[in-house]
Unconditional design. Sequence first.
Length: 406
Amino acid sequence: MDTFGHPASGRRQVLTKVLWIGIWLVFLAGPVQDLLGTERGAAAKAFGWLGLAAFVCCYLTLVFRYTSKVSEWRVVHASFAVLLALAIVLSFAFGTAWLGLFVYVAVSAGAVLPLWHATWVIPAVTGVMVAVGLRTDSVKDLLGSLAVLTLLVGFAMTGVRQLVRTTIQLRQARATVAQLAANEERLRLARDLHDLLGHSLSLITLKSELAGRMLPDHPDKAAAQVADIEQVSRQALVDVRAAVSGYRRRTLAGELAGARTALTAAGVEADVPLEVPGALPAEQGETALAWALREAVTNVVRHSGARRCTVALTSRHTLDGPVVELSVEDDGRGGSSAARGNGLTGLTERVEAAGGAVDVGPGTRGGFRLTARVPLGVGAGEARGEGGDIGNGASARGSSPLGSSA
């Protein structure tokens, strides 16, 4: 369930949780059958139905509200005591068919009580059940049926409770890590902006004041100060643009994490490295591989219908020197490598501008495979003597989904 470990919110989630808990109500078949099939007076039957209804309400209250988190221990202890008392009284009053109520008492103990309490409460509840059942059955019959079942179900519920609470703690830890990462990024941005602009703005302010004082008597010196202000301002603008470009740059580590999240959210089994193995290419090459990974994963999620996707990132030695190779392979419907759309064309131009190459074709599992490789050393602009920036046409086309080509 996607809401596992969360309190139920909304009609659909409440209904799902009620149905899941209601499966265990099968053990009420004995008491219900006893009330319907045994000849008793009206007062006895009314007492039995009312007691059974109170028992079910108390059980559902405990398991439905307090499995994931307990905020009111007095209510839990009081409800559990009432549940145990009802099981004892009803079993004494109506006989062996009602001993199944103790299974619910053990389940409630495993679901809501602390582990160190549940480890002795569950055997104690089983012992009480055996003691009550000795009025009509033998110890051998009780131990061979309900006693073992009560112990197993009770301790199994402690495992379910631990799983629910561990899931909640994991989600809270993930939220905390994300918040800490965001705070760290804001601090880094603040430090970078202070380092970039603090000195420049202070110098601009100082020279502006100096130019203002020189302007009446020494206009030529004031003009020189204004020229310095212009130069400092231009340099500050260049520094800010360079910093912003660095923030916007795609990285392989970030795209690997994003690919894993996107594939999992789409229901695709993701075989993605947890971190970047080995050395990385130059900045331009890493950016090209990051774009290739993003476009390939977009194609898998949107168009392939795949159930599994494998991402591999390796360093290889070729005749042209060491390269970093990225491969993305799925087991979906596949695609045509002959007719390349805008997405694949733009991606190919982006990788080639980094001195690399792109290969596409059928995968080993019958799906689609994309392989992109770039040199491990210098970037494309240095290797080929070009300006370094990718052409506008390639950039624009590279931003469209790769799926248009497949």
